[in-house]
Design a protein around this ligand. Structure first.
Ligand code: NZQ
Ligand code: ZN
Length: 395
């Protein structure tokens, strides 16, 4: 296991009725609040009214930034940073999924930086100060509620890039599972596929003998596989939503990735699909992950893929390569059973027109060709995109 520092100081307020604590939390930072949210789901489900009532009673001065898109845009970041300066914002309150939280993180930094917002993203690392961020998570998926990363899109340059900063880490995150009852079937499934992907990306690493991290990852994957079908059937099942929400947070707060080396594989490939075609992140990952697994299956990787099959899906097969294929098939079938479209044409990517350019960017903006679990060249990435263009079978 590699050396690591694990210091994730976000104060998590998990459970029903915890939002009563919001005024006290915001008062720690000041009265001027930038309230950031997306396309209106929080108005439909009543969360906006609940929050506004509290902020009014608490005598906060509220500036709103609404309409953050899924795959948040750099223009929204710039607009938010401008609002922070104009209104001398003390604290940013992000209410939404990963897109709203990510957008708020980069706003928080850009408002206190001389850099142009897109230059800040292009640097991939932001070490400067940031306005304190409090989040109310409404979708179990990205883990942004308890990590230092953000992913921002520039539709003009067709780029979607991750940027990290120590001060992007939310100070406090409210995780009330009831706020996710209104998430659609599609986004619930997509979010869960994202959680599974984060665990898989960390699980398949070049660092050996990480039993703690791998055991935790297996447990979290099993929790998602058990609870997602329940949440799809019964959207207001509190415990199913609670398990998905906590899995989201733990899957990408460093718990399963610390102590491991190497680069992620499916995320850089998916970010290109989102950058070029604006598709839902978790859906892109669900489509790519089984194809990637098959592509990297060889004598060296078969034992770990077989462990995944046995521990996560209960596959009983002693020959590693066969067990591995059975596990890949189970993952594929699980995603199908959750209603996820499992080919690129089903999400509007109907031809190979941009495969080469996307593959080149995936390699250029990440280190998948250098230190991924199995290093991937531009040709490998194109082959994976091609394989994802038709339905697959692994047995
Ligand atoms: O915009 P609104 O109206 O709120 O609707 C959203 C949006 O349409 C809706 N939604 C969210 N909560 C809801 C709800 N609908 C009904 N009820 C609720 N309670 O869901 C849609 C998708 O929201 P979005 O925030 O885009 O989803 P997600 O949380 O999956 O975030 C995806 C973004 O996060 C990035 C992705 O690349 C993508 O841009 N990621 C961020 C990471 C991080 N910061 O660590 C890591 C991830 O790997 C990922 O890359
Ligand atoms: Zn992700």
């Amino acid at each position: 296991m590699n050396n690591f520092t694990f210091h994730v100081s976000t104060d998590i307020r998990f459970g029903k009725d915890r939002l009563n604590e919001l005024p006290e939390v915001l008062n720690t930072y000041g009265k001027h609040v930038l309230l950031v949210y997306g396309g209106g789901s929080i108005k439909k489900n009543g969360l906006y009214d609940t929050i506004m009532q509290q902020l009014t009673e608490n005598k906060n001065q509220v500036t709103e930034l609404s309409g953050v898109d899924p795959n948040p845009r750099i223009e929204t970041v710039a607009a938010g940073a401008q609002l922070c300066r104009e209104h001398q914002i003390d604290v940013i309150l992000a209410v939404g999924g990963g897109s709203v939280i990510d957008c708020s993180k980069v706003i928080a930094g850009a408002a206190r930086s001389d850099q142009e917002p897109w230059d800040l993203v292009l640097n991939r690392s932001y070490q400067g100060s940031a306005i304190p961020l409090v989040t109310i998570l409404t979708l179990a998926a990205t883990g942004s509620e308890m990590n230092r990363g953000a992913v921002i899109s520039n539709l003009e340059t067709k780029q979607k890039l991750g940027v990290h900063g120590p001060n992007f880490l939310p100070k406090v995150s409210f995780l009330d599972p009831t706020t996710t009852f209104s998430v659609s079937r599609y986004q619930t499934a997509a979010g869960s596929a994202d959680i599974i992907s984060h665990l898989i990306e960390n699980y398949f690493s070049t660092t050996a003998d990480t039993d703690v991290q791998d055991g935790v990852a297996e447990g979290l994957m099993k929790a998602v596989i058990k609870n997602l079908p329940i949440a799809l059937d019964t959207p207001d099942d509190y415990d199913a939503r609670a398990n998905l929400m906590w899995a989201s947070t733990l899957a990408l707060n460093g718990l399963t990735g610390s102590g491991k080396g190497g680069a992620w594989s499916c995320h850089p490939m998916e970010h290109e699909l989102s950058a070029f075609y604006d598709i839902t992140h978790g859906i892109g990952l669900a489509i790519l992950t089984p194809r990637w697994m098959l592509h990297v299956l060889n004598e060296d990787t078969a034992p770990k893929l077989a462990r995944f099959a046995r521990e996560v899906f209960g596959v009983q097969e002693s020959v590693p390569e066969i067990a591995a294929r059975m596990g890949i098939q189970k993952l594929y079938d699980f995603f199908i059973s959750c209603g996820i479209p499992m080919t690129l044409p089903e999400v509007g990517i109907e031809n190979e027109q941009h495969f080469e350019e996307m593959a080149q960017q995936a390699v250029a903006f990440s280190s998948i060709s250098k230190n991924a679990y199995v290093p991937l060249s531009v040709e490998d990435v194109i082959a994976i995109y091609q394989d994802a263009s038709t339905p697959s079978s692994y047995m």
